[in-house]
Design a protein around this ligand. Sequence first.
Ligand SMILES: [Zn+2]
Length: 287
Amino acid sequence: MRYRFMRFPEGKGKAVTFSYDDGSKHDVRLAEIFNKHNLKCTFNLNGEALRADWDYCMSTEEAKAILDAGHEIAIHGLEHRAPGTLRSVEGIKEILDCRRELEKRYGRIIRGYAYPDGGISGFCNGATKEEVYGYLRGLDIAYARSLDEGNFNISLPDDWYDWHPTAHHGSEKIDNYIDAFLAIDRSPKGHPASDAVPLVFYVWGHSAEFSHDDSWSRIEYICGRLAGEKDVWYATNMEIYEYSKAYESLVWNAEGNMVYNPTLIDVWFDFDGKLFEVKSGQTLTLC
Ligand SMILES: [Zn+2]
């Protein structure tokens, strides 16, 4: 064996995910567009006190319907404050109180997070990255999405507390990025390769932007272009995180040709250009 790379469910080498912030009532229409195209999104919500002040927020019932359609709800801070500007105690309150409120309201475990207001793009008031990461870990946060105006980042994060999207939906380059992403072939090649890492196309934004500048056709177009690809897995942020962690939890023998899957998720990988699936609880000898 020379090279092994994670593959998404059914051996797919690419994934597409979306992340939309602030819980605007326009999320309802946006979710309908995602549903129509069989796409998955993570919707990042704030605390109720802040939401009540924002008359544009969707209702709890509307958010529940979005969850029922298979999307994710994640934390976006009790009062939408950037951790890079906060003392630890304030940052902890922002995330913990928002998490407790969302978990109570939606009756599920919620531990995805999208940094509000620039998040950790800068630090002041004594806040440091080490401190922020320390309380994210302590609060059991799985991943945290950063902001990125569009640098065509299609890698899985090596730092799950600094997950950079590929592009904002308004990026002028997004069409080129989609062309480039769809053109990449991650199918098994039948021989070892050193660069066959799995890829993720990640779009973020706010649904209120589509209403504000009447640009619903833009997200319809983006969804239409990304949807329906046979070699793409359409998943929420958390589904991608949990699948990646399951892959990392595989147990190998010293030789690297026998693998045991102790997780509850069936896991796929490319092994010297051939696809393998190791089911939950299974031990597999590869060669
Ligand atoms: Zn926000």
